[in-house]
Design a protein around this ligand. Structure first.
Ligand code: PLP
Ligand code: COI
Length: 372
């Protein structure tokens, strides 16, 4: 990929983080009440990370500081030109109390790819992982231990330079916040319906669809509202050129499972290459399943559904883990069965993935990194 990303003045050695402990940390009882019913993305821990980047100085001023508002000039270019990227990963508490995260080097690499596309400076994998360790070390008591709960980690980077000219910013901030998490969907792990958006696309060929940048989510919000109106939990997008091929959901990737055990997931240069998707492909291949990353048309899904060849459908992502899909609803057709139970393979892959993440089975692919 050619890129106009500014070349950072890197120091060549890892950042060291200065800690300013919060004087206003939540009391144990308050924290425990939150952890007992965390929901998703509603509550935040007592600290956050910030690192500053300037064209002249590279990455510097790495800090762990009390969680709180970020003060920016109204002319900061992120407000005007949306030069922003983010990541999402989770910290899991194992039975022995230790805290691990899942494939953080893959999130670091994706943040670097997103940075390149958005002309933001790359943060090294080492500094990225260190930021996770630093925050989780100070906020370890925020990692819940009930089944299916975790601490959702949200790294993000944005243009903080005050300048209204349209060019990549020469001052950038990287931040990390953390939020205790239960199930993403309020119904827990029950099959959801999804809505097919034919009027709106999320991203286009040559656009930013493969980058994890706020703009892609902004473009999904109106179609997501239309999905809610139809009683659906997520929206499914088609390719923007022909309107024929499956892309992904607003915040998740999609898999179709065939009767012969083949798993198919859409290939496209305008979707996010999910780390959960990649992990599921690996686990399914380990079990001897045929796994295909290729273009998948909506016609193929219609035909496979009518013939009975497509037997399960599921969505996947860090927040959603693996979520079974009961029905796809569109203006003039519906696929799948209302209220259909979760597929057997869907749930067994979900079990295996979460068993690895929570340390209940051996980590044979070396996917876990200890944070605390
Ligand atoms: N697609 C979109 C648009 C997403 O927001 C996400 C979630 O991060 C995914 C796919 C799945 O990616 P991952 O499995 O890396 O979380
Ligand atoms: C994630 O799964 O990390 C995401 O960013 C998706 C969003 C729906 C929370």
């Amino acid at each position: 990929m050619t890129t106009t990303a500014p070349t950072p003045a890197t120091t060549g050695f890892p950042l060291s983080f200065a800690l300013t402990p919060s004087t206003d940390a939540r009391a144990t009882a308050e924290r425990e009440a939150i952890l007992a019913d965390p929901g998703f993305g509603k509550h935040f821990t007592d600290h956050m990370v910030s690192i500053e980047w300037t064209l002249a100085g590279g990455w510097h001023e790495a800090q762990v500081l009390p969680y709180g508002p970020i003060s920016l000039d109204p002319a900061a270019s992120v407000f005007h030109y949306a030069q922003e990227i983010f990541e999402g990963l989770k910290a899991y508490r194992h039975a022995d109390g230790a805290i691990y995260t899942f494939r953080p080097e893959a999130n670091a690499a994706r943040l670097q790819r997103s940075a390149a596309r958005l002309a933001l400076p790359p943060l090294s994998t080492e500094d990225f992982i260190e930021s996770l360790k630093q925050l989780v070390a100070v906020d370890a008591s925020w990692v819940p231990d009930a089944a299916e709960t975790s601490l959702y980690l949200r790294p993000f980077m944005m243009a903080t330079e005050s300048f209204l000219g349209v060019r990549s910013a020469q001052k950038v901030g990287y931040y990390l916040i953390a939020s205790p998490a239960g199930a993403y969907f309020t119904g827990g792990v029950t099959p959801v319906n999804i809505w097919l958006s034919t009027e709106f696309n999320r991203a286009g060929h040559g656009g930013m669809g493969a980058a994890k940048t706020g703009g892609n989510y902004a473009s999904s919000l109106l179609p997501q509202e239309l999905a809610y109106e139809k009683g659906c939990a997520q929206v499914l997008f088609l390719d923007s050129q022909e309107g024929k091929y499956l892309e992904e959901l607003g915040g998740m990737n999609l898999f179709l499972v065939y009767k012969d055990g083949t798993l198919v997931t859409p290939e496209s240069d305008s979707i996010l290459a999910g780390i959960t998707r990649d992990s599921i492909m690996q686990l399914a291949r380990d079990r001897g399943h045929n796994v295909e990353l290729r273009r998948v048309s909506i016609e193929e899904w219609k035909e496979g559904s009518a013939s009975g060849d497509i037997v399960e459908v599921f969505a996947c992502g860090t927040a959603a883990v693996i979520t079974p899909v009961a029905q796809l609803l569109a203006d003039d057709f519906a696929l799948g069965t209302a209220g259909a139970p979760a597929g057997e393979l869907t749930m067994s892959l979900r079990q295996e993935l979460t068993d690895i993440q929570y340390g209940r089975v051996p980590d044979r692919h070396n996917w876990l990194t200890r944070l605390a």
